[in-house]
Design a protein around this ligand. Structure first.
Ligand code: KG4
Ligand code: ZN
Length: 400
């Protein structure tokens, strides 16, 4: 199938080994994701050494499966795209080393893709795949909220002759929103990753029972020369950003912890963890119904209130940024974009404000390689290839 504009994408930045074949940056022929959730779940978070080992095990079968499902061979490809950062160094290196060797052996161009740009292209891929026939070039700038386990970033994404430019507009000063979901779920004895558990259990609680509040970030907090508190915060300067578009999710995590202690919910959380995950009688694959049977109303109300507050904060700052920048189009992407309440409330507010809002499909919201292949498509056309000494950049930033 020579000249069919086929890109093989490879993604291994965190705890998912993924490969996908995408045609013209718009048509997904295959997308295979091998999740390591079972490996990391018992630790309540990703263990970097285990992640690298699992990527090594999975990378060859996952790439083979992507080619088989797309019904093509390596010889049919036009390029190989791989995530080169940000992410876990050892995990990234597995994908990069494999992509490089395939590109070298097949004499194919290698394209390096920023994982965050990948997430943004998950939405664009989804939009393009829904359009039939000739694809009009994107011309309108969009405000992109990338909200995942490692990032909560706002970018202005501007298309210029088929390529995209990114300007950082806002970001978290500490934890990412997904990280807050994961930590709160862990505290409450729920599974990893925490987002999907909280998403499902929140439906059974009263979101207004605990009035969690986010305070406005003060200018001096980030201008006082304080070192950023997390690794992720090192990746981009924050001094010149509008404080109204800065996020902070470590406070709500502490507020939930206080609530748990005040209401003596810890013993119950421990027995919940035992009953659902670690105890001898724990089910092999606990369901939401199993979790519901081990949650009292106070805990369900706490979960619903936590989610309501986080979603409210994400909404408020995203729409404020869109308004301030005059953006009429908003893209929301990353693992947390799978959240039902986030989708519902953002959609309702966008409709009220007459703004165009897009999400990826649920499968494209969390880490996958179709978004990497899609992000590589404009680079293939512009012949922006990576050199043979491409390496992992764990704190790679996107845009300025
Ligand atoms: O994009 P992703 O797969 O990996 C990173 O790049 O981090 O995002 C994973 C994050 C985790 O923190 C997970 O708890 C969160 O996305 N997540 C959710 C939901 N599904 C996944 N958070 C809230 N609601 C969900 N339904
Ligand atoms: Zn991601």
């Amino acid at each position: 199938m020579p000249g069919a504009d086929l890109v093989l994408g490879i993604e291994s930045s965190c705890d998912e080994t993924a490969a996908a074949v995408v045609q013209h940056g718009s048509h997904t022929l295959s997308s295979v994701v091998a999740s390591q959730i079972a490996t990391h779940a018992r630790y309540g978070g990703v263990v970097p050494e285990l992640a690298s080992r699992e990527h090594l095990r999975a990378i060859v079968p996952v790439v083979r499966a992507a080619l088989t499902q797309a019904n093509i061979t390596l010889g049919d490809l036009d390029a190989i795209a791989v995530t080169n950062g940000p992410g876990l160094a050892g995990a990234l290196l597995v994908g990069i080393a494999y992509a490089k060797s395939l590109a070298f052996a097949q004499n194919l161009p290698l394209i390096a893709v920023n994982h965050l740009e990948g997430h943004i292209h998950a939405v664009l891929l989804n939009e393009r795949s829904m359009q039939d026939g000739e694809l009009p070039l994107d011309t309108e700038p969009a405000l992109a909220l990338v909200v995942s386990g490692g990032h909560t970033h706002l970018y202005l994404a501007s298309p210029i002759n088929g390529m995209w430019n990114y300007t950082l507009v806002g970001r978290t000063l500490d934890d990412a929103a997904g990280e807050a979901f994961d930590k709160v779920a862990k505290l409450l004895g729920l599974g990893y990753p925490g987002g999907p558990w909280i998403d499902s259990l929140a439906l059974h609680g009263n979101p207004r029972s605990v009035p969690f509040a986010f305070s406005q970030i003060k200018t001096k907090l980030h201008l006082a020369g304080k070192p950023p508190r997390t690794k992720a915060a090192v990746t981009a300067p924050i001094a010149d950003l509008d404080t109204h578009f800065l996020f902070s999710f470590s406070g709500i995590k502490t507020a939930v912890l206080r609530y748990v202690e005040l209401h003596n919910l810890r013993p119950e959380a421990e027995s919940r963890r035992d009953a659902l995950f670690t105890g001898p009688d724990a089910p092999t694959c606990p369901t939401v119904e199993d979790a519901l049977a081990h949650c009292d109303q106070l805990t369900l109300d706490l979960i619903a209130s936590f989610q309501y507050a986080v979603v409210g904060d994400l909404m408020k700052k995203t729409f404020a940024a869109a308004e301030s920048l005059g953006a009429t189009r908003i893209l929301v992407t990353g693992g947390v974009a799978a959240n039902r309440e986030l989708r519902l409330r953002l959609n309702a507010e966008a409709a009220r404000r007459n703004l165009r809002l897009s999400f990826p499909t649920l499968a494209l919201s969390t880490d996958n390689a179709a978004m990497i292949a899609a992000a590589a498509w404009p680079r293939l056309q512009a012949r922006q290839f990576a050199s043979a000494d491409l390496s992992a950049d764990p704190s790679l930033a996107l845009g300025r």
